[in-house]
Design a protein around this ligand. Sequence first.
Ligand SMILES: Nc1ncnc2c1ncn2[C@@H]1O[C@H](COP(=O)(O)OP(=O)(O)OP(=O)(O)O)[C@@H](O)[C@H]1O
Length: 268
Amino acid sequence: MIALGGIDAAALGGTAPVLHGVNLAVAAGELLAVIGASGAGKTTLLNMLALMQAPLAGSLALDGTDPWLQTRSARQRLRAGIALAPQQPPLPPRQRVAVAVLAARLPGMSLARSLRTLWSPPDAPLAQAALEQLGLPDKLWLRVDRLSGGERQRVGLARLLVSDARLWLADEPLAALDPTRAEQVLTVLRRNAAERGAALVCSLHQVDLALKHFPRVVALRAGRVVYDGPPGGLDEELLEELYRSQHESPPELAPLPQAVPLPQAMCR
Ligand SMILES: Nc1ncnc2c1ncn2[C@@H]1O[C@H](COP(=O)(O)OP(=O)(O)OP(=O)(O)O)[C@@H](O)[C@H]1O
């Protein structure tokens, strides 16, 4: 469905390459996790797949054609087949949750229908069903700015569930969720993607969940793909290598002062 060939890419808003020679093909209906240390390039990779900005070098093919050689409006149409849930979903604070969720369906709609959807959402039951699955059964008509960070993140994910896209991209979808909720949300995303035949690419910091939930794992280190295969092929050594830079050269810490025992009288 989508294939990156030897891609160099800058982060959104940047100019220097942070992805180097990345090869990655995602087939229809595939489930894949992207792991790597902070700054490894996971978000940039997802943005590439979402056609957010052109690569600096290399090739990108969506269903065999390069979207970056098409006109802007043709590319816009292609983007309708791709849904991205960013790490922090840019939801208008005063918008109702129903409208925020259903906005994900706008790219495939006529202008008249999109205006109707924004004014008085006819697909509200669809949004409600998505929110229920994600553990938000009573938030449909709340304003976005009344939600917690974790709730807002799940509203961002509900947008994937209601979209007509064939490629779902979720950038650290569990960042604001507790461990139990994180497991549930991953299960919901995977199940819905499988039912709809959509490919799901998730960037994750939770390596254990990536290995448990995804049949294919792509590991990035400093903007390069260092592993692409089944979770069973990722050994301890490679995982340590992936995250080593985070632990290298720990800052010099001054020794903590010795604890001074309190007089007994102050402990009562
Ligand atoms: N606007 C920007 N201009 C220049 N460099 C940027 C910009 N945004 C991000 N970067 C750099 O690009 C690199 C890759 O960032 P990216 O956000 O893709 O990594 P990530 O793996 O998603 O990180 P995290 O897990 O912390 O979200 C990082 O070194 C980051 O500092």
